[in-house]
Write a protein that binds this ligand. Structure first.
Ligand code: ZN
Length: 248
């Protein structure tokens, strides 16, 4: 089984379309989504419609939660807050209802794998350091946890004595394969489709191949300028527009 892993699409349909074109070329059987379908970008309704049509197993992200009217954006920074309230106004009733129905993680995938948005400890928590990862490993017995929220593609593995090893995708061709050892526990971030922050502006996704026991990381170039001009027309905050070009 090949599961397509997407996360942090953030209303960027140019990026999502580029990922789907590449994902279809390499092949997949099911779709898993770590949340944040909306927020930041200019096309929330279109992003929801496209993701929904894929029939994914998904968790909600913090932007999905606030944009669909479940709580305030009190802990968001100013550009994120501006964009999430813009998104709340722009969402159709139907799209907002879809987002409201997404479960908060962790969401079990059967077997020993699960989806979360931020961390096992909470959807708003970030896994940015070895200490953050160690806390998530302590909080779960799952062997594989897929997460998003940081917008950094990576593989964190739990070693002897609670040591955590971090690996980040490498290779100029935009493709990197990580073998999964059945006796090791992992936290895996496929990277962000719509707003990468790991200094590679290309859209990110991954494929979890259960038979080959490996994760393939991919990047897909997309028309960043198209997304940026839509954001400008929508009056979204300039820092959010600029950062797409730099992937950070
Ligand atoms: Zn996000």
């Amino acid at each position: 089984m090949r599961h397509l892993l997407i996360s942090d699409i953030h209303s960027n349909v140019e990026a999502l379309d580029a990922c789907m074109e590449r994902a279809e070329a390499v092949g997949f059987d099911s779709v898993l989504c770590c949340g944040d379908i909306v927020g930041y970008g200019p096309d929330p309704n279109e992003a929801v419609a496209r993701v929904r049509a894929l029939g994914p197993r998904s968790v909600r992200g913090n932007h999905d939660r606030v944009a669909s009217g479940q709580g305030a954006a009190d802990d968001f920074n100013l550009p994120a807050k501006t964009a999430v309230y813009w998104t709340r106004d722009a969402l159709s009733h139907e799209a907002a209802a879809y987002l409201r129905e997404l479960p908060a993680g962790p969401r079990g995938l059967g077997g020993d794998a699960q989806l979360v948005h931020g961390a096992v400890t909470g959807e708003d928590d970030y896994i940015l350091s070895a200490a953050d990862a160690a806390e998530s490993f302590r909080t779960t017995g799952a062997r594989l946890t897929f997460f998003g929220h940081t917008h950094h593609a990576c593989v964190l593995s739990s070693g002897p004595g609670g040591a955590v090893r971090l690996e980040t995708p490498r290779g100029a061709d935009g493709r990197w394969v990580a073998g999964l050892d059945p006796s090791v526990r992992y936290l895996i971030n496929p990277g962000s489709v719509g707003q990468p922050r790991d200094h590679d502006a290309r859209a990110a996704f991954a494929i979890w191949d259960t038979e080959a026991s490996r994760i393939e990381f991919h990047r897909a170039a997309y028309a960043i300028e198209t997304t940026q001009s839509k954001m400008r027309a929508a009056g979204l905050p300039p820092p959010l527009i600029e950062r797409l070009r730099y992937g950070r």
